[in-house]
Design a protein around this ligand. Structure first.
Ligand code: DSN
Length: 412
């Protein structure tokens, strides 16, 4: 029986979400659209299968086909990033980070990571997160004048605190991260280096961002952001940590792996190995640059003055708004972004000074530089009329008509 007939309520909710995705402009920097093939793999009977363990060493019978799937996913992702070892079982990015930490750290060990308020992530030691509860956390940030990672500060904090692990990677940093500088500091101070490339792993796969895998002990990522796969995570590491990582993921943190999602990851890695994915990654970056230039020309202050990845962080107090008001007005017009703290923000997380914007999803719909200029103009128009419902409604109509010309993969 089809979902429509079996459960009209859930079917209807999904239809409305499909319409929202088709008629709106998705600019949340951590979102993307999966291909129909990835969605198909994620929606298969592999969801029925228990497969605790690893290929060839399972705790359940009947694993011969899911073994092939997991082996293929691991082989493809090792080829994609040049990794010695891959664990593709983490259900999400948090579990991937937890696995990397727990495979070599003990509670009370010190990690040096980027401050959430300056672009880091919850799992990089935020005090309410497991990472902040389990470890002694020291944070680095960005310089106040140019919003770039302050490597002098990273080096001096590393010398002073002798962290067991240095964590690189960010959730709201619009610039390419120099992983080799982190690796040098880690080597000099005897720390392990973990890079959480969740936001930009698609740009690494597409060869427009330097690859942390050769220089880091552990690299973690989600698979659903710029990498354009299903909602999930994974850990890449040097062979010497392979056993520790595998044991930490299962049985340490998780039970049965989500085999349907691992199949979808295998499809994602196969797509990212195609030459067309490099074109996609290039276009994501070029689109972000064009959008950033359009917004700056319209009077918006950009953190770090621009972007060289998929992401723009802008201070909307520069046009007398707050992040909360800007997010709401844009949402009303069908433009989805998220409010975000900016470095040295004087405001609070629930109504910060910034919004974060990313181009990964719209690029998947085939939008290029001309469309980014148009999208930038709509963003500016809405933000400059944030209290004018009629004007926002007008923009919403224009966006609906425009967006329908750019198909969302997997939606007919
Ligand atoms: N929540 C994700 C983001 O939006 O950046 C990170 O996990």
């Amino acid at each position: 029986m089809s979902l429509r007939d079996a459960d009209p309520s859930v079917w209807d909710m999904i239809q409305r979400e499909e319409t929202r995705q088709v008629e709106g402009l998705e600019l949340i920097a951590s979102e993307n659209y999966t291909s129909a093939a990835i969605q198909e793999a994620a929606g298969t009977v592999l969801t029925n299968k228990y497969a605790e363990g690893y290929p060839g060493r399972r705790y359940y019978g009947g694993c011969e086909f899911v073994d092939e799937v997991e082996t293929l996913a691991r082989d493809r992702v090792r080829e994609l990033f040049g990794a010695e070892h891959a664990n593709v079982q983490p259900h999400a990015g948090s579990q991937a980070n937890m696995a990397a930490y727990m495979s070599v750290l003990k509670p009370g060990d010190t990690i040096l990571a980027m401050d959430l308020a300056q672009g880091g992530h919850l799992t990089h030691g935020m005090h309410l997160n497991f990472s902040g509860q389990l470890y002694n956390v020291v944070h680095y940030g960005v310089r106040e004048d140019d919003h770039r990672i302050d490597f002098d500060q990273v080096a001096s904090l590393a010398k002073e605190h002798k962290p067991n692990m240095i964590v690189a990677g960010a959730s709201a940093y619009p610039r390419e991260i120099d992983h080799s500088k982190f690796a040098d500091i880690a080597r000099e101070t005897g720390a392990k280096l973990m890079v959480d490339m969740a936001h930009y792993s698609g740009l690494v796969a597409g060869k427009v961002h330097n690859n942390p895998v050769p220089v880091a002990d552990f690299v973690t990522t989600t698979t659903h952001k710029t990498l354009r796969g299903p909602r999930s995570g994974m850990v890449l590491c040097k062979e010497e940590y392979a056993k520790d990582v595998d044991r930490t993921v299962f049985p340490g943190l998780q039970g049965g792996p989500l085999m349907h999602i691992i199949a979808a990851k295998a499809v994602c890695f196969g797509e990212a190995l195609q030459p067309s994915f490099q074109e996609y990654a290039k276009q994501v970056v070029s689109n972000a640059k064009t959008l950033a230039e359009t917004l700056a020309a319209g009077g918006l202050r950009l953190m770090s003055g621009g972007t060289d990845n998929h992401l723009i962080l802008t201070d909307v107090t520069s046009i007398d708004l707050t992040g909360k008001i800007a997010e709401k007005a844009l949402d009303q017009a069908g433009i989805t972004v998220n409010k975000n703290m900016i470095p040295y923000d004087q405001r609070k997380p629930l109504d910060p000074s910034g919004i974060r914007i990313g181009t990964a999803a719209l690029t998947t719909r085939g939008m290029k530089e001309d469309e980014m200029q148009q999208v930038g103009q709509w963003i500016l128009r809405v933000m400059k009329s944030a209290d004018n419902d009629a004007e926002i409604e007008k923009v919403r109509g224009e966006i609906q008509e425009f967006a329908r010309n750019f198909p969302v993969p997997g939606i007919k």
